[in-house]
Write a protein that binds this ligand. Sequence first.
Ligand SMILES: NC(=O)c1ccc[n+]([C@@H]2O[C@H](COP(=O)([O-])OP(=O)(O)OC[C@H]3O[C@@H](n4cnc5c(N)ncnc54)[C@H](OP(=O)(O)O)[C@@H]3O)[C@@H](O)[C@H]2O)c1
Length: 269
Amino acid sequence: MVGVEDDELMSYFLKDKWVLITGASSGFGAGAARAFGACGCRLLLGARRVDRLEQTAAAALEAGAREALVYPLDVASTASVTIFMEWVSSKTNTLDVLINNAGGAHGLDPVATATDADWEAMFQSNVLGLLRVTRAAIPMLLKAPGSSIINIGSYAAHVAYEGGAAYCAAKAGELKITQALRLELAGTGVRVSTVDPGLAETEFALVRFKGDKARAAKLYEGTQPLTAEDIGETLVWVASRPAHVNIDEMLIKCADQAAMHKVHRRPKS
Ligand SMILES: NC(=O)c1ccc[n+]([C@@H]2O[C@H](COP(=O)([O-])OP(=O)(O)OC[C@H]3O[C@@H](n4cnc5c(N)ncnc54)[C@H](OP(=O)(O)O)[C@@H]3O)[C@@H](O)[C@H]2O)c1
């Protein structure tokens, strides 16, 4: 946890700032909304499940958000991104923070048996969706020097694992997009970061295993994974560095995950 004085300083930097979060209906996106909300930010929240977005917005307002506005967004569709960004433009001319979080993994099948549908879903959201939203948001970010694009990558961008070929490739793509964007935006005042989490307990595993709750729960058995709060707090920290500081890449894992294939698990008591 950060100290009280640090909390106050971060709120000072972020108060009243416009923060756009994709994939805010659950997990890290919802955690980010609560964390930026606690700093008094004005939130623009998108995802496909609007009922869940409304729950996120209510929690963010309770945490202290100045505003928490929601609108449907499917980052896999250019038309949806265009309509969403028109809605964003109707609320504000400038954007201070863009959190490209929408994404996830679909399936854990080896290449030999994986499906086109899973591969396409992963590239649509994690790679193309991030590109689409970023392209549309850049003009608004340019109007707010010191603004930040923070992409949610993954430990999977750095270390491959069996059954993860397409997801690892998609997140490696996210890492390269982040690096290219930083070059393209150098000197504009727009900062570009990637926060790359390891094992974290959200709806990620439930989505990956297509609703199989028992299989999803097994992933976290005996460990203390990262939480949505851990990542929300980290994103606030990255965004609230002084304007001349760019956190390029942050790999963040739970202490139990020493490596991709070495996760400490406690025996059942
Ligand atoms: N949990 C982990 O272990 C972990 C580790 C590293 C990285 N990550 C990454 O962290 C990000 C957030 O995942 P999470 O762990 O918070 O999982 P999550 O709880 O499943 O949240 C994923 C979010 O992405 C949204 N989303 C997915 N596809 C979308 C689309 N086409 N258009 C708009 N929104 C979409 C979902 O909203 P709707 O379904 O309502 O659209 C949901 O809000 C993802 O990019 C994931 O790859 C997760």
